[in-house]
Write a protein that binds this ligand. Structure first.
Ligand code: HEM
Length: 489
């Protein structure tokens, strides 16, 4: 490049910069300023925005920014705006808005290759609503009653294999028991009795195919996704066989599989085999890890808080005096103390730490400090059970394990209305499996409390923030001793 060319280049560059500055100045005078009161935006890097901070962990980010910015702020990641709505004062619209305003379909698309085609997030909202009606019907009290009998007998069976004393990893044990129980109640007798090993290996491949990277790129050609896709195909074949043999034999069972086989859309169309398989996978994904993680946290807290351990043992004693050894739906329903102990473990450790929606119309929120913000259409909207469940203006001494905070007279879970406690979400998309989950966890702990003396021998567990369903890190070693007069001997 000669000197002349160099000068020409510099002049052009200078002209360009001057034009850009002039255009910016003119536009700020001429173009009327948006009247929107946008939430504060977190500073980030060019192009990637706040990606690195988000990847470090959304809860770390919330802990840093909430004290400075309050419950509403926006994080830019590439071209996407994620607006956080933290706390019951600003999250009502998140939970109550109709699908046309705030939808799940786009943000939960990454589930489609796992659940399979034609179900849940792969179908229009009207169809999805009907499929969720199938879930609701499969989880009605009359059905729950028969699932409880299966939960109880699975727990008896499982723990009968423990010796008279020993040491176990409680996390591993409860994961296994819950997959066995879920197989029985949800997937059906055929899987539980004959195909358990094959089917759990396939579910394992489905599980391992859902990685953080899958959220952004669900179809990335990586080995984990290939194994996931193969597993999904094989599961479809297995269930197609089970369904057709049930139909040929004209046999009906007491499980969720049967409910889905018998379900019909409003126009009278029965579910297809592929839809039944997809709905069962969705049920297992929604309920299995969430419940086993919660059972483990409940145990860890009870064993470290003797006052609550004694309270739940006392409750069991009273119920046994009243009902004998009988454990069924109605007996479990009487366990208020145990219920509060589970609920408190779940407040401190909700396995689903972030809930997301995609916004299709502008809306406004008012913070508890009285600031008003307009959230534009096009934003991804997020709330966080893990963060909101520990807000000190809702929960007294929020990091303390204190099940009595839910007792009559305190009821901190309702302190600021319906969305104060959000481990199960709430509103329009609140968890449909909540009663099932409590019954299952209660059935397990009823058996353990009645039959064993337990002691936590490893340190109190840490949180595994890296998992998709956030759970317990490492082993949870427990020493057990069978009680002299254990009820099932
Ligand atoms: C401790 C156990 C569980 C926890 C913590 C939990 C948590 C949640 C949460 C937070 C949501 C709301 C998601 C959102 O708003 O985006 C949800 C929805 C749902 N859960 Fe659960 N869940 C549990 C167990 C179960 C079980 C056992 C089942 C079924 C057998 C189940 C089925 C569902 C379904 C079908 C939905 C979707 C509801 C809808 O979108 O209308 N869950 N769950």
């Amino acid at each position: 490049m000669n000197v002349f060319d160099g000068n020409k280049f510099l002049n052009t560059l200078l002209l360009l910069i001057t034009t850009l500055i002039a255009a910016k100045l003119i536009s700020s005078f001429i173009i009327p300023k948006s009247k929107k009161r946008l939430p504060p935006i977190l500073q980030g890097w060019p192009i990637i925005g706040g990606l690195l901070r988000f990847l470090k962990g959304p809860i770390i980010l919330l802990r840093e920014e909430y004290p400075k910015l309050g419950g509403v702020f926006t994080l830019k990641i590439f071209h996407k705006n994620i607006t956080f709505l933290i706390g019951p004062e600003v999250s009502a619209h998140f939970f109550k808005a109709p699908e046309s305003d705030l939808s799940q379909q786009e943000v939960y698309q990454f589930n489609v290759p796992t659940f399979g085609p034609g179900v849940v997030f792969d179908v229009d909202y009207s169809v999805r609503q009907e499929q969720f009606r199938f879930f609701t019907e499969a989880l009605r009290v009359n059905k729950l009653k028969s699932y409880v009998n299966q939960m109880v007998s699975e727990a008896e069976d499982y723990f009968s294999k423990w010796g008279s004393s020993g040491e176990v990893d409680l996390k591993y044990e409860l994961e296994h028991l819950i997959i066995l129980t879920a197989s029985r109640c949800l997937l059906g007798r055929e899987v539980r009795d004959k195909l358990f090993d094959d089917v759990s290996a396939l579910f394992h491949d489905l599980d391992n195919g859902m990685l953080p990277i899958s959220v952004l790129f669900p179809y990335l050609p990586i080995p984990a996704h290939r194994r996931r896709d193969n597993a999904r195909k094989k599961l479809a074949e297995i269930f197609a066989n089970i369904i057709s043999s049930r139909k040929i034999a004209d046999k009906s069972e007491d499980d969720m599989l049967q409910c889905f086989i018998d379900s019909k859309y409003k126009d009278g169309r029965p579910t297809t085999e592929s839809e039944v398989t997809g709905l069962l996978i969705a049920a297992l994904f929604a309920g299995q890890h969430t419940s086993s993680i919660t059972s483990t946290w409940t145990g860890a807290y009870l064993l470290c808080n003797k006052q609550y351990l004694s309270a739940v043992e006392e409750e069991q004693k009273n119920l046994m005096e009243k009902h004998g050894d009988r454990v069924d739906h109605d007996v479990l329903a009487e366990m208020d103390v145990l219920y509060r102990c589970i609920k408190e473990a779940l407040r401190l450790h909700p396995p689903l730490i972030m809930l997301l929606r995609s916004s299709h119309s502008d809306f406004s929120v008012t913070t508890r400090e009285g600031k008003e913000y307009d959230i534009p259409k096009g934003h991804i909207v997020a709330t966080s059970p893990a963060f909101a469940n520990r807000l000190p203006h809702i929960f007294n001494d929020p990091d303390k394990y204190d099940p009595d905070r839910f007792a009559v007279g305190r009821e901190e879970d309702k302190a600021a209305g319906a969305f104060s406690y959000i481990s199960f979400g709430g509103g329009r998309h609140g968890c449909l499996g909540e009663p099932f989950a409590y019954l299952q966890i209660k059935a397990i702990w009823t058996h353990l409390l009645r039959n064993f003396e337990l002691e936590l021998v490893s340190p109190f567990p840490e949180i595994d923030w890296n998992a998709m369903v956030v759970g317990v890190k490492g082993k949870v070693m427990v020493r057990y001793k069978r009680r002299e007069l254990s009820v099932n001997q």
